[in-house]
Ligand binder design. Structure first.
Ligand SMILES: Nc1ccn([C@H]2C[C@H](O)[C@@H](COP(=O)(O)OP(=O)(O)OP(=O)(O)O)O2)c(=O)n1
Length: 122
C-alpha cells in the first residue's frame, strides 16, 4: 500500500475506477448499490450475532475475526461512498453538515446526556 492518506475522495475515485475497468458501471445503479450495501450490513450482523455484548476493542477476538470484520465494514463503506457518488451527493460535505445539525439538536450546555433526550427513544 502507498503512503497516501485515505480520504473519502480517494475511495470514491478508486470505486469509480474499479467499476470502469470492469465495465460494471451499468450495475452500479442507486437501487443496486443500496441493496448491495444493505447485504453487507447483514454480513456485519452475522459476525456479531449470538456473541452477546462484546467489550470495546474486541480484546478476546482472534486476529482473523477482526480482519474479517474490517473487510465487511469496508464493503459497507465502499458501497455507501459509491451510492452517494452515483446519487450526486458529496458525502463528506453532507456528513459535516449533519454533525452541525446534530449539535444544534442536542446542545451540550445545560443538558446532561440522557437517552430520553433523543428522538429515537419512545
Ligand atoms: N458489482 C460489484 C460487486 C462487488 N463490488 C465490490 C464492492 C465491495 O467492496 C465488494 C463486494 O464483493 P462481494 O459481493 O464478493 O462481497 P464479499 O467480499 O463480502 O464476499 P462474500 O459475500 O462472498 O463474503 O466488491 C462492486 O463494487 N461491485
Amino acid at each position: 500500500m502507498s503512503g497516501e492518506s485515505v480520504t473519502l475522495d480517494l475511495l470514491k475515485r478508486k470505486m469509480e475506477q474499479f467499476a470502469e475497468e470492469r465495465d460494471w458501471e451499468k450495475f452500479h445503479s442507486p437501487r443496486n448499490l443500496f441493496l448491495a450495501m444493505v447485504g453487507e450490513v447483514g454480513e456485519v450482523s452475522e459476525i456479531f450475532q449470538w456473541k452477546g455484548e462484546v467489550p470495546k476493542g474486541l480484546p478476546d477476538w482472534k486476529e482473523e475475526e477482526k480482519t474479517h470484520l474490517g473487510e465487511e465494514l469496508s464493503d459497507v463503506l465502499l458501497y455507501l461512498i459509491r451510492l452517494s457518488d452515483i446519487c450526486g451527493i458529496d458525502l463528506g460535505k453532507a456528513a459535516l453538515r449533519k454533525i452541525q445539525l446534530n449539535a444544534i439538536k442536542y446542545p451540550v450546555k445545560g443538558s446532561s446526556y440522557n437517552v430520553s433526550n433523543t428522538s429515537n427513544s419512545s
